[in-house]
Design a protein around this ligand. Structure first.
Ligand code: PLP
Length: 398
């Protein structure tokens, strides 16, 4: 019998992302040589437990809540009280007036992004992404039929190269995705950067006569390590903003799949955009985000897991790697270190690292060849054990 499937889907499913591929390899290697001999820096899975408020909220919901309502469907866009709690939190924290009907609860940032992109996409549209970027952006954008346009950040500090950005803007630009704190560079965009970005986009909207959206992908908003690092709240600087938020990293709940889309109430044609978000959620089958974890949100919003270990890990890695001769830009946030490969070909470099059981991801799929990503959301003890392997790898190039 002739079975035909969608070739694009087959391609995506039969070939895992490089990150997932390496993660699976790590599990195999652990079975062969023992966990103590493998240094798996492949994936961004938080290494700290969810805060106690999650356990307490779960216990009270399960023990005292109505068991039928607890696990039942909510409204497609999410429980109204949960969305109101998100709105109240955003207003109290960022001074942004908003309400429940600006929010759509989702299965994490990945769903928030696909929903937002599908909501906006029209024929011939383009979406600008700043490289290095989360590799799934390309998958999500291309799936909508839009074109993904890459603009490289400055290699010095992984900040926006505004000349390159302005050159990429054109009449087909529909949206710009920003991700700050960034995966994989750890860079945080300052208020001055966001103001400049907003100014350029406002001018482009005037020039081309249509809205251009910022899609702010913010799973790492709370993961910053120095008091002076502030993550600007984009809707306060640019009206046509959609925030894609997730509790995966802040509350250490990546497997529970909970986040939201926030359509700025100041967006032009806000209601049209919000309904398109609801429609995209429907079309993609992302209605009614996990009900139990929706109900956790009002009880835990604004709290975080104990993120202090990530700062400690960052500092140990940055100082040791610099001492061994690696070039790193100290990340201000998220839990990734983007290190310059010690040869031009990042895949070849990561293969050599693999020989030391150092599992780090080649940077090509992040749109920025010549680097490797180290996810330091691991135990500090593993980082300390891995340092001789990093040193031995560097010595191979001397
Ligand atoms: C930049 C970025 N965006 C989106 C996601 C997806 O997050 P979620 O687990 O909430 O779907 C990730 C996950 O690592 C990420 O790093």
């Amino acid at each position: 019998m002739n079975t035909s499937v969608n070739k694009k889907m087959y391609g995506l499913g039969s070939k895992r992302s490089e990150i997932r591929e390496l993660f699976e390899y790590g599990k195999k290697r652990i079975a062969e040589v023992g966990a103590e001999n493998v240094f798996d820096f492949s994936i961004g899975n938080p290494s700290v437990a969810a805060p106690d408020c999650v356990k307490e909220a779960l216990a009270s919901l399960v023990l005292e809540g109505d068991p039928v309502a607890l696990h039942g469907y909510t409204s497609a866009q999410g429980d109204a009280a949960v969305r109101k709690a998100c709105a109240d939190y955003i207003t109290a924290t960022h001074g942004t007036a908003c309400g429940a009907d600006d929010f759509y609860m989702t299965c994490g940032a990945a769903a928030s992004l696909t929903i937002s992109l599908n909501a906006l996409s029209c024929e011939d549209n383009e979406v600008i992404v700043f490289a290095p970027y989360f590799p799934e952006y390309k998958v999500f954008i291309n799936q909508t039929g839009m074109k993904c346009v890459e603009v490289k950040c400055s290699e010095e500090d992984f900040q926006i190269d505004f000349a390159a950005f302005e050159a990429a803007l054109n009449e087909n630009t529909k949206a710009v995705i920003i991700n700050s704190p960034n995966n994989p560079s750890g860079a945080v965009f300052s208020q001055a950067t966001i103001e400049k970005l907003a100014c350029i986009l406002n001018a482009a909207e005037q020039k081309y006569g249509h809205s251009i959206f910022i899609i702010a992908d913010e799973p790492y908003r709370e993961l910053v390590y120095d008091a002076e690092t502030v993550v600007p709240f984009i809707p306060n600087f640019y009206d046509n903003t959609i925030v894609c938020y997730s509790f995966s990293k802040s509350l250490s709940l990546p497997g529970e799949r909970i986040g939201y889309v926030f359509v700025s109430p100041k967006a032009a044609a806000h209601d049209e955009v919000y309904f398109a978000v609801c429609g995209a959620g429907r079309a993609l089958g992302f209605v009614c985000a996990p009900a139990l974890f929706q109900k956790i949100v009002p009880m835990c919003i604004g709290k975080t897991a104990d993120l202090s270990v990530y700062k400690k890990n960052r500092d140990i890695l940055c100082s040791a790697l610099t001492q061994y001769g690696y070039k790193v830009v100290k990340p201000d946030g998220a839990f990734y270190l983007f290190v310059k490969a010690l040869e031009e070909d990042s895949h070849a470099f990561c293969e050599k690292a693999k020989a030391h059981d150092l599992l780090i991801v080649a940077s090509d799929s992040f749109g920025f060849p010549g680097y490797a990503r180290i996810s330091y959301c691991v135990s500090t003890e593993m980082i300390e054990r891995s340092l001789p392997a990093f040193e031995a790898l560097a010595k191979e190039y001397k």
